[in-house]
Structures are given as structure tokens and as C-alpha cells.
Ligand binder design. Sequence first.
Ligand code: GLN
Length: 561
Amino acid sequence: MGREDHKYIFVLGGVMSGVGKGVVASSIGLLLQQKGYPVNLVKIDPYLNVDAGTMNPTEHGETFVLRSGLETDQDMGNYERFLNRDLSNQDYMTSGMVYRSVIERERALGYGGKCVETIPHVRDEILNRIEASAVGNDSRVSIIEIGGTVGDFQNALFIEAARVLKMQRPDDVLFVMVSYLPVPGTLGEMKTKPTQSAVRALNSYGVQPDFIVARSTHEIDEKRKEKLAISCSVRPDRIIAAPDIKSIYEVPLNFEREHLDKLLLDALRLPEKNKSTLAAWKKFVTAATNVKAKEVHIAIVGKYFDTGDFVLSDAYLSVIEAIKFSAAKLNRKPKISWVNAKDLSAEGGSASGGRKGGASAAAALAKFDGIIVPGGFGETGIEGKIKAIQLAREKKIPYFGLCYGMQLMVVEYARNVLGIKDAHTTEIKKTAADPVVDVMLEQKKHIADNKYGGTMRLGVYPCYLKKGTTARAAYKKELVEERHRHRYEINPKYIKQLEDAGLVFSGTSPDSILMEIAELPKSVHPFMLGTQFHPELQARPLAPHPLFTEFLKAAITRKKK
Ligand code: GLN
């Protein structure tokens, strides 16, 4: 067990999902950390997938990969960005993970012949995992976000575990309900009833919220605070306004203004150790929300387009955030445009797109200051992405390729510079005569055995940077560690040919076998660089990623011309 007086804050959602529980949990984490308390953040995802790696990003947003390689939910990315530190496996759990350990233990006779049941065995496994995160982080306060909304079947067991913890340690456990207060257009008035109902639903589990975070388009007024306070038995000063704002990074500052940090410490009976020092954070937020800053216009050429802008930004969340951090550092306001890769392919005319082949595709892309092809899987839009890369190379538009974006940059170079017409990745064309991107040896077996869960090349690997390259100049060091998530690699058989034709592999694995960064020399192109890893996963508000910063610098220079 951890410390006797360890504190736990559970963050739950009421009324509906998608109103920012993750940002609330992250902001509480940052505030308490600033007050001098070591915190740990835990995300609970109630689905049965053992990790988030097997889900399509349009289903559940981007898959965020931890240092260890665990594939998790995008909220974990927010936690890392707010706390400005790495999280580990113990800080994440899904129902799938929890049930799997219970079942594996049962198969190993770990329950000594007992009938294994949801209560107590699964519940206790949840509590053990919450404890393990607290102990592993050596923290003082755990902030645990329970995914989903109160009233769901799937998360009820997690709420039950939290209730039991509260019963065992009444002074050490708090519940924060993040609720939504609609302002229907026909009424023009904020309604508290859905929140009242959500609190009743939570009460039916035997849990009483200590705080309500009132998410809405508007700030909750005193009258409605009183109403909620009376009907939900929550002190009015513990009902915290959380109106929509421009940037999620303003949330901790708003909470600080509402004295949430002090109120939480009071409720947990913890003394205020030091005054909060959010100075660096404030500086970042000021730069990131400066409406007067000049624009830099980036195109993201992607494929998850069929479900609207909202899903899109979720699917590429870390990329967007990484752009924001570097833009803020350079005092620029990023404007991001989504370019559907399918629309760029030269085939043209088909029902699935292909409307902007050839010259019109060039015109469509030329207006951007920089182009990104982010990570991706499968065939959809692939020729359009390659077209975009070719245009970026030929028209000298700054280009940044992330994982798939690097592999396709190499395919494009092989086809159009080396003249290897059938160059391809075997992910798309198994029988390609020239597989310049090919599946890694150990991966062949996984694919043959249908073992897709958690089997990619995942997590942090070291990468050596060559002297005199753009990558080395950006990082200002020789050895870096970056996070990966891929099955395919640049085929070693083609490296010499590619290098002889001018492509520079500026980053490699320590044994020089795996190509981690490809780039063109500055003398040839202002910025044409792709990484086999995902730099966006380690970009933070207070530590923007050097490659994103270099890419944006090149984009800004292009804009000036
Ligand atoms: N599909 C490619 C691979 O598996 C790239 C993966 C990615 O972009 N994350 O290697």
C-alpha cells in the first residue's frame, strides 16, 4: 500500500461525453503540481480493447503511444502535455486490461479455488491498479479520470471501486463531476436540469459529488449556482464555472481564478505549501492565444475525412498540438487546413474523389506555407499523399512527413528521382518489384499469425543524428530518443541507391540498420524532412519539438517571400 494519507480525486462525467473531462483532470493535475504536491494522473477507459492500438482513430481519436510503447487514449497525451512529463503503463487501464489480468490469474489458480466474480475480484483488481499508479509515481495526490458518462453500463464498476475507496478512506477521496449545462437557442437560458439528473444518477451508485465543473457555452451565474447547490447538495463555491474558451491551455488559469486549487486542497485537508507559479504556462498561453500574431498556414494531407472536422482534429490531435506549441514559440498563429488525400490523386473523376489531379492539385497546395503528411495506415488516399509530396519537393514547399509521411516521401523519391517506377511500400502492394518500404522481419510472423494488438515497433528507440544535417542542427545533439508506432521500414537494400541520388538519412538506429530520418540538404530544398518516429508525441507546451519548430521556421520564411 501507498501512504496512509494519500489523496484521491476521481473525475467523472455527467450529462454527455466529449465536454472535456480529460482537460479538467489535466488542469487539476497541473494546479496541484504547481502548489507543490507531486501528483499522478490515471485514465480509465471502460471499453474491452486491451489497449487503444486496435481502434480506428475515427472511432476513438488518435492513439497516443507512451514512452514504454503502450498504446493509449488521447487523454494520456493531454496529461503528459499539461504535467510536462512522461507517463507510464501503470497510469492507464481499460476494462479489457483489468479483465484480462483477472482471467489470467484465475487460469493460473491464483484465486485458490474460489468462485471468481466481478465483485470483489474485478473491483479489487481496479483498486490495485489505482494503488500501483500512486506508488509507482511516489505521488501525494492521484487524479483518476473515469471515462464515459455516469449512467453508462460500462463504467459502473469503476465508479463502484471509487465508492468503496471513499467508504474506506472518507477523508482522502473526492469526486469531481464534469457536467454540461445546455443553453438551448430557443430559450436563450442556461438549464441545470440535466446536471441535476446526472447527480441523482451518481447518487444512485452511492456516490455524492464534492465539486461540479459546470461546462457550458457560458459562465454559470450565481442564481444557477444556488439552484444546483440546493438540488445537488454541493456547496455553491464548489460549483466551478467552465465556459467554452479558445484554448484548452487557458483552463488551468481559469480554474486558478476560480480558486479551484485552494478549494481542492481545503477539501482534501492539505495545507497550501506554496503559491502557485504558473508564470511559464501563462507566457505560453498568452503567445498561443495572441489573435494579432501573423498567420502561418499549414496543410495536413490526411485521410480520416469522412466524419467531419471534429473527428479529424481528434484523429490528428498530437500533430495539431505540436504545431501550436512551436507556432507560439515563434509568435505565429497557426492556421491548419485539411486536405483530403483522395482529392489530390491524379486518377481523377472517380466517385471516391480524385477531383484535383495534376495542375489543379499543384495550385491547391501552392497556397500553403507548409505541408504535413501525418501517420497513417492502408491504401486510402495514398497516391494523393505521394502527389502532395512530389509537389512539395518540386515546388520547394516546406514538407514534414511523420511516419507514413516519411515512408511515402521515400517512395516518391524512388519513383520520381531515381526513376524506379514500381517503387512502393509492401503495406499496399505485396508484390511490388521494388519494395523500397518493406515489412520488418519480426513483423512478418505477427501478420501471418493475425497478431495485431501491441505488436508494432512501439515506444521509444534511440536515434543517432548525422553531423551537418537539418535534423542535427534542429536538435542540437547527437543522440535523441523518439516514440515509434509502425510495422514497415525503409528497405536497407535501397539505401545506397537513394543516398547516391541525393537523399540524406540523417537519423539512424545505433546499429545503422534502421533509417529514422530522411531529408534533403538545405542547398536543394528549404525543408524536406520525414521521420520514421512520431515527434508530435513528445511535443509539449513548455518544450516545443525542435523539428516542428524548424519546419515552421521554413514555412514562415516561405510566407515572407
Ligand atoms: N503504416 C505504416 C507502418 O505501419 C506507418 C505507420 C504510421 O504512420 N504510424 O509502418
